[in-house]
Write a protein that binds this ligand. Structure first.
Ligand SMILES: Nc1ncnc2c1ncn2[C@@H]1O[C@H](COP(=O)(O)OP(=O)(O)OP(=O)(O)O)[C@@H](O)[C@H]1O
Ligand SMILES: [Mg+2]
Length: 404
């Protein structure tokens, strides 16, 4: 059918034509926004899940929800080896700019921006600012002195976020900061962020942090601060159930007057396992191959190799290529140990078994394992296990030819 009218959207962070199966998360967040703006105690949200389940898309939707209630919002994508200070300053700057037009006293806004600038320009600890680090945050007021500029990120964040929340209180709404790929924050930044959220929640300040990250993010947060479990509400974002996956496919098609035969939907769910990225990828290829409505199981069968080829390059291959030969060897050994295709869950493998399969001492494999965790390709599960962050990755690796 006409590829121009193809509604499906496979791709990282691509807004789906239909956000299926996330009603619960959206309504929970509505309650959080309402409670926080009324100064009620409320935990912040942290979304966790595998690659491609729709964390970024959901985070963006929650952000729109906050903007709809006239909250100030900003978003960060954390990166390994990058301090939180600058990206957080930029995000908070954005949030304050959104609130400023609703505020009656421009002086108050300038005061907070001055603190923000001081925070942004400070480097961590006592490190002198290098010439190439002379970065300007694009704030037109001179930096404040003696507030949020100690160089201790924890102290500075508490002061900065407290001041920013004051602006939101004046306006009668709140500030929401969204942090994607939150597992990539440094331990010091995670710890400081938890401390700041803890402080804010005790004073009823209307500022929340909404995070998204890989499944081991809760473990990282509780390693940083033991009270983080009481601070955040963890929501596991998972593959879509059958009804939601069908809705993700049927609703956009219907808007183009196209329908699916029930058996075509069976075949599509078999192929995608309900993983949102795969739902979009198979949906897109099937649409392009189908000759008309209704879409048949044959259309799905003919289109599947195209979808798989696309995924092999865009979803699996691009990630596999980030790994060194030693890391690839590690992942191949993991894949060989997770042949349980009947349970589609992310099967975890004991690291000791990976070592045994490779005929190596576990300690000698730690560098490869740690590097893979840092690259976000695998994560540590419970009791000395590791698992792929990418759904169906084991299956993909088992179809790849072994290296010479
Ligand atoms: N609820 C949903 N219904 C239908 N499609 C969805 C849904 N959520 C996400 N998608 C689709 O799934 C794909 C992946 O979404 P997204 O990039 O948000 O995942 P992610 O969890 O952030 O992945 P990663 O961990 O790689 O960043 C996109 O193509 C998006 O359109
Ligand atoms: Mg994402």
């Amino acid at each position: 059918m006409d590829p121009v009218r193809n509604p499906y959207a496979p791709g990282a962070g691509q807004r789906p034509p239909e956000l299926a199966g996330r009603d619960r998360e959206l309504s929970v967040f509505d309650v959080v926004l309402e409670r926080v703006s009324r100064g009620r105690p409320e935990r912040s949200l942290v979304l966790t899940g595998l690659r491609g389940v729709g964390k970024t898309v959901l985070l963006n939707t929650l952000r729109s929800q906050a903007i709809g209630r006239l909250w100030g919002t900003g978003k960060i994508e954390a990166r390994p080896d990058q301090s939180l200070r600058r990206p957080l300053s930029a995000a908070l700057h954005m949030a304050i700019r959104e609130l400023a037009p609703h505020h009656r006293a421009p002086d108050r806004i300038d005061d907070v921006l001055a603190v923000l600038k001081a925070f942004a320009l400070r480097t961590e600890g006592n490190a002198p600012t290098k010439l190439r680090d002379r970065w300007q945050p694009g704030i037109d007021v001179p930096p404040a002195q003696g507030r949020a500029d100690s160089g201790d990120i924890e102290i500075d964040l508490v002061e900065l976020l407290g001041d920013a929340a004051g602006v939101a209180t004046d306006v009668g709404t709140g500030i929401a900061l969204f942090i994607d790929e939150m597992q990539d924050l440094s331990p010091a930044d995670v710890s400081a962020l938890c401390a700041a959220c803890h402080e804010l929640s005790q004073t009823g300040a209307p500022l929340i942090v909404v995070g998204a990250g890989l499944p081991h993010l809760p473990a990282l947060l509780s390693a940083a601060k033991s009270y983080s479990e009481r601070l955040f509400r963890y929501q596991r974002i998972d593959r879509l159930d059958r009804i939601s996956a069908d809705q993700a496919l049927c609703a956009p098609a219907l808007r183009e007057d196209v329908e699916f035969e029930p058996k075509a939907l069976d075949a599509l769910y078999d192929a995608s396992g309900g993983y949102p990225y795969f739902v979009q990828a198979y949906g897109k290829a099937t649409w392009d191959h189908a000759t008309g409505s209704p879409i048949t199981p044959d259309d799905v069968r003919v289109a599947a190799p195209d979808a798989e080829a696309e995924l092999a390059v865009g979803f699996f291959g691009s990630r596999f290529e980030r790994a060194t030969p030693a890391e690839r060897e590690y992942m191949r050994a993991m894949a060989a140990l997770t042949t349980d295709e009947t349970s589609d869950m992310d099967a975890a493998v004991p690291t000791a078994e990976v070592a045994r399969a490779l005929g190596r001492k576990p300690a000698s494999l730690s560098p490869a394992r740690d590097a893979l965790i840092k690259k976000g390709l695998i994560y540590c599960g419970e009791r000395g296990t590791v698992a792929f962050t990418v759904p169906h990755f084991g299956r993909y690796l088992r179809t790849q030819p072994a290296p010479e």
